[in-house]
Structure formats: C-alpha cells, structure tokens
Ligand binder design. Structure first.
Ligand SMILES: NC(=O)c1ccc[n+]([C@@H]2O[C@H](COP(=O)([O-])OP(=O)(O)OC[C@H]3O[C@@H](n4cnc5c(N)ncnc54)[C@H](OP(=O)(O)O)[C@@H]3O)[C@@H](O)[C@H]2O)c1
Length: 266
C-alpha cells in the first residue's frame, strides 16, 4: 500500500516533531504533509518548510492516506467524532495518544477503520526516534507499511498493546530521563573545571558514544563498564559512590512511578 499523503492532527510538541522528521526523512514531499492545530501561528515554521498547515481537521483528513492523532487524551474522542465521516477502510489511523487503548479508539472510529497505536519520542524530529507500535491482529496486513514508515524516522518495534504504557515511560518519557542525566553530568563537569558549554558538549558526545557502544554491539552495559573500571581506579570509585547515593534505585523508582501514573489515569 502506498502512503502518499499524511494528516497530522495536533501540531504540538510531538505532532510538530513528527512533521519535522517526515520532512527531514525526505520520504514525503512536504506539500503532502498537512498539520493542524488551532493556534496556527505557532506552526508557521513548518509552513515555511513547505508543510501545509490548517486549523481544519476535516480538510486535512479529506485527502490523507494516513491520519496521525497527536492530541491530548481528553480530546481524542471529540476529534475522532469530528473526522469520523471522512475516515474509511482505505485510510490508516495512527494514534500517538498515551493511555487510550485500541478498544476505545475502535469504539470511536469504527471497527472497519485500520488503526495502530504508535509511541515514539521527540527525537523523531531528527529521525532518531524509538517508536513502539501496536495493532489488533486483524490489521496485520498493514503492519509492514506502517513499520516501514516509522523505520524512516528511527528504530521501530511492534509490541503487545498491554506494553504500550511501559513503552511510553521507557521510550517517550525516557528522553527527559536521559536529558536530566545530561544536565546533572554537565553540572558536575562545571564543578570540576569546565565552562558550561564545553561541559555539555563533552557530556552529550560521551552519552552518544555510550549509546552507540551498546546499539552496535548489543552488549550488556556492564560489559562495557568493566572495560573502564580499573581495580582501585577512579571510575569505580565514582560509580560506587553514585550507587551509594541511590543512582540506579532512583532511576528505577522514577520509571515505576511514571508507569503507575499512566496506569492510574487510564
Ligand atoms: N511529547 C511527547 O514526547 C510525546 C511522546 C509520545 C506520545 N505523546 C502523546 O502525544 C499527544 C500530544 O502530546 P504533546 O506533548 O505533543 O502535546 P501538545 O504539545 O499539547 O500538543 C497537542 C496539540 O493538539 C492541538 N490541538 C488541540 N485541540 C485541537 C483540535 N481540536 N484540533 C487540532 N489540534 C488541536 C494543540 O494546539 P492548539 O491548542 O493550538 O489547537 C496542541 O498543539 C499526547 O496524547 C501524548 O500522550 C507525546
């Protein structure tokens, strides 16, 4: 199935990032991407890149082959009701909304509308997202088409829907968790002598290198850590002090707390 035109309903933080990524990927002509929101002036930057912008959701959906829903959870059902007359079994609906399951989406849109849930992160703007997808088995014929699209925007994994909340925490909130690590490391770097800009640069490239070591080798992180921890050395001394202060434990507790919050709000 060829996907030519995409409508992104809700051009906020994530919707805007998706549009940026689609343009950057060069997989779509910018003029085949339409982004909607009510405060249109906030997405004029996308328009300057050739992306169509409108405050009319129905106009955006009318000609689209794929419709991305990127609004807040409490808005989903009203917006599906608004665009429902323009949906049909030839348009794939993809919901990025955290905490709203396929059953609810199907009840709102109709059983005959092919639909997926997608959970990416804001690195989608740079085509470096981790995107988890889930679907009802009846739509498996579209899985390759949808996965192929998200493969252009980073890495993709198809997961069971029951894991979508966990994917939201680990992959989507994960951007903020990783960046808080970066901020803390930068602040430490300043205290030991670097200017803020250089401290951030060294931290960011070091984090990128650490990620590549794991992504390219698939090693357990501890295997790479063992290579830099000399007995009685400086790295193990710092690492152990971080652990005494609750480093791993606080991360795990933070993840679990975010997860409980999603599950509670469902
Ligand atoms: N941010 C992330 O990293 C991330 C990651 C994964 C999933 N998500 C999910 O993505 C969804 C959006 O999150 P977000 O962070 O991007 O929120 P956001 O920045 O608030 O974006 C939502 C956008 O929807 C627009 N909107 C509201 N009502 C609308 C309507 N009737 N028609 C068209 N657009 C409308 C809003 O713009 P106007 O007020 O101008 O209309 C707003 O820009 C959420 O459900 C969230 O769970 C977010």
């Amino acid at each position: 199935m060829e996907i030519k035109k995409i409508a992104i309903i809700g051009g906020g933080n994530l919707g805007g990032a998706i549009a940026e990524g689609l343009v950057r990927s060069e997989a779509f002509e910018p003029s085949n991407i339409t982004v909607t929101r009510r405060k249109l002036h906030l997405i004029e930057g996308l328009n300057k890149k050739g992306v169509k912008i409108t405050s009319s959701n129905t106009e955006a959906v009318k000609d689209a082959d794929m419709v991305f829903l990127v609004v807040k959870p409490y808005q989903v059902e009203d917006i599906i009701k608004e665009i429902r007359p323009l949906l049909n079994p030839k348009k794939i609906l993809i919901s990025f909304v955290a905490g709203v399951n396929l059953e609810t989406l199907e009840a709102a849109a109709g059983e005959d509308i092919p639909m997926f849930r997608a959970m990416p992160n804001t690195a989608i703007a740079l085509c470096e997202s981790m995107t988890c997808l889930s679907l009802l088995p009846k739509w498996s014929e579209y899985q390759d088409t949808v996965s192929a699209l998200f493969d252009k925007l980073g890495k993709t994994a198809v997961i069971n829907e029951e894991l979508m909340s966990a994917a939201t925490v680990l992959g989507s909130c994960g951007i903020a968790f990783a960046l808080r690590f970066m901020r803390a490391a930068t602040q430490g770097g300043i205290e030991i002598g670097f200017g803020a800009e250089m401290a951030q640069y060294i931290t960011a490239q070091t984090m990128k290198g650490a990620c590549e070591l794991i992504l390219q080798s698939n090693h357990h992180p501890e295997k790479e850590i063992d290579k830099v921890t000399t007995p009685r050395g400086i790295t193990i001394s710092g690492l152990n002090e971080m652990e005494h202060q609750g480093f791993s434990s606080s991360l795990i507790q933070g993840l679990v707390s975010s997860y409980h919050k999603i599950e509670k709000n469902k």
